[in-house]
Unconditional design. Sequence first.
Length: 474
Amino acid sequence: MAYFLGIDVGTTIVKALVADEAGRVVCDESVEYAYTQPRPGWAEQDAEDWWRCLKQVTQAVANRLAEPPVALALSTHGDTMVPVDAHNRPLLPARLWLDRRTTAQVTRMLEQVPQEQWRQTTGSGLGVYAAAPSLAWWADEHPQIFARAARFCLVQDFLMARLTGRYMVDAPNASRTLIFDLHTRDWCDPLMAIVGVEPDRLPTAAESGTPVGNLTPEAAEELNLPEATLVVLGAHDQTAAGIGCGAVKPGTVMLSTGTAWVVLGAAHELHIDAHGRLQTYCHAMPGGIAILGAYAGGSLLRWARDSFSQLPDADAADYDTVVAEAQQAERAGRSPLVFQPHFYGSGPPLRCTYALGAIAGLQLQHTRADIYLSLLRGVATQTASVLATMAEMGYEIAEVRMIGGGAQSDFWAQLVADAGGIRGGGLWRGDAGRHRLRPHQLSGASGRDGYHTQGDYTAPASLRHRVRVAREVS
């Protein structure tokens, strides 16, 4: 029996999962790690933590297997970059995608190249989250380190070099740097010149699934794996999740519901938003295109739980209590509240960095349950706004595949269906890692008829629909 190892290097957690030839999960392991915020608006990470955590989870699963895995691949969080020396040792902390320090660099870069040109070349408008302004910031603030850096690494190629000795990165992660030409699927010389970096200081970009090589003797010893283990390029984590839930053909959309909610549509042709509301970049399917919108989701539910729950030492299990109270509030039929989920800017499609969250319509009759309900509806409504923006871009949505923590809630899934006007078998739900997704049969007149508009958002009026779950566990 052949085993395959997949490792996901997220922003705060590294997970390893081993599957057999039939796709059955054999074992898994995870470990958490942290990032620091040394100044307001900054977010940094020690790149050595990526390697330390990767070793820890790999050793843990390898020790449980009768035979070692024959191959491994990585999915990683995107946009984070670190300068390294000739021995792949970090010269500075990695700058995370959460970091917002590069506003001045973005402003200057937009004076050199207009936003429309960035969008048409890279698929997305230039923003502080991307790796491109990180390069410009290091050149401005640490010119000596910038000059002597042998490489500038994303998470994927930093770890590929540790594993195989080769600096290679997958096309999805490379295309998110915004110095990558989405049309040629290669580095863009004019944009690299803007940030002052040469091609030989960037990794070789290739499609996801490309073999990189075998483990070096040093890596094999540290991981407790054979040197013959094949290392394969993975993908940006969201495109990898898209493959996991089947969002690989045009019209199939993934809705990943974790700390952040992410809508990702698969396409064969370029769909670039002229207004910069959504990001377009390389899909993990070779030659494919992904359209992405990310915004606050589960993090808002956690805020509500921690702020309003009276339960001591609340943990993840209390999310069920929050959702149950929201359902009770809906049945009570009090006048609906309007919740704007702008806790760290508005996200797509409005994309206003300085927007703030708000709850409107409060009266003495309302309880914390009504606030919970308004939060769930607000996130569902933002999801509908992203789906509507995709449609405005000419992208035809055939079905939505909902995965992650929010997908475990019948109620939240139904709110998404109602807000987005999803009918019939248009919504699928499950766990992309362990279950086969099945379509939900939606009862009730799912659609926008039960909604009223307030400002830039649509707020649900009285909803009494239910969702019947059909799922096959394998």
